[in-house]
Design a protein around this ligand. Structure first.
Ligand SMILES: Cc1cc2nc3c(=O)[nH]c(=O)nc-3n(C[C@H](O)[C@H](O)[C@H](O)COP(=O)(O)O)c2cc1C
Length: 225
């Protein structure tokens, strides 16, 4: 299995997949992780295999192939639901990459009725998107990226962990590849903010996960909490 750092480097959006199904043992590992995250973060995420129903609508706008598996991102609505789903979705996406899978995060334009049905999502839960999983026809390509200085500033000489955290954020997926972040480091404190936009809170959760993975949680504290 590759490391989380390699997964961060190697992961790119993939929309065209091989027919190969996800083997049972790999699906079981992902389901186990989903169960842990659901319990820890109060969510209702589910892995659906052997169905492409939830994204049938979006396929009219982008080229896709053999989209047959996805994680439904769902939970009881709350102010921080999107951020929690962003954070936990990032964990699952990187785990999938480490297990040899490719992925595609799909936001607003999915068929939520189909996602609810195929994922058996409880009534009263909100669905914020799906993460498509499978074996890619290709590994995807790196996105066009902002530079570290466009999104981050450290007061004084930036320590290595800060540079690595920002580097990881720049490799994270964001809705419309917006990368709309402001990261500020001061001593061991890190502040992260986003602009507005439909998926900004989801992007924030994803970015926090990637920053922690790159910087090492033990090296800093979030100043937002
Ligand atoms: C919250 C979120 C929502 C997204 N929604 C869509 C979408 O609706 N359709 C789509 O084709 N890609 C979607 N994407 C994929 C992004 O376009 C992609 O992650 C971004 O361009 C960066 O590319 P990368 O994933 O290869 O790094 C979404 C990504 C995120 C994080």
């Amino acid at each position: 299995m590759i490391s989380i750092d390699e997964a961060i480097q190697n992961r790119h959006t993939v929309r065209e997949y091989k027919k190969t199904p996800i083997p049972d043992d790999i699906a079981a590992q992902i389901r186990e992780r989903i169960k842990e995250l659901n319990a820890q973060y109060g969510l209702e995420m589910r892995l659906v295999t052997g169905s492409g129903d939830a994204i049938s609508f979006i396929t009219k706008f982008v080229t896709t192939k053999n989209v047959n598996n996805y994680i439904v991102l769902a939970g009881r609505d709350a102010k921080d639901l999107e951020e929690r789903l962003g954070y936990c979705g990032a964990d699952l996406m990187l785990m999938a990459q480490m297990l040899g899978l490719n992925s595609w995060w799909v936001g607003g334009t999915i068929n939520k009725g189909a996602a609810r049905k195929t994922g058996h999502i409880p009534d009263g839960c909100r669905i914020t998107g799906v993460i498509v999983l499978g074996y890619g026809e290709t590994q995807g390509v790196p996105h066009k990226s902002k530079k570290a200085e466009d999104i981050a500033k450290y007061y004084g000489d930036a320590p290595y962990w800060f540079v690595r955290g920002v580097g990881a954020v720049l490799l994270a997926p964001t809705a419309l590849n917006r990368q709309d972040f402001k990261i500020r480091g001061d001593g061991k404190k890190v502040l992260i903010g986003t602009g507005g936009g439909a998926m900004a809170k989801t992007d924030l959760g994803i970015a926090k996960y990637f920053f922690e993975a790159g910087a090492g949680k033990e090296n800093f504290v979030w100043n937002n909490e």
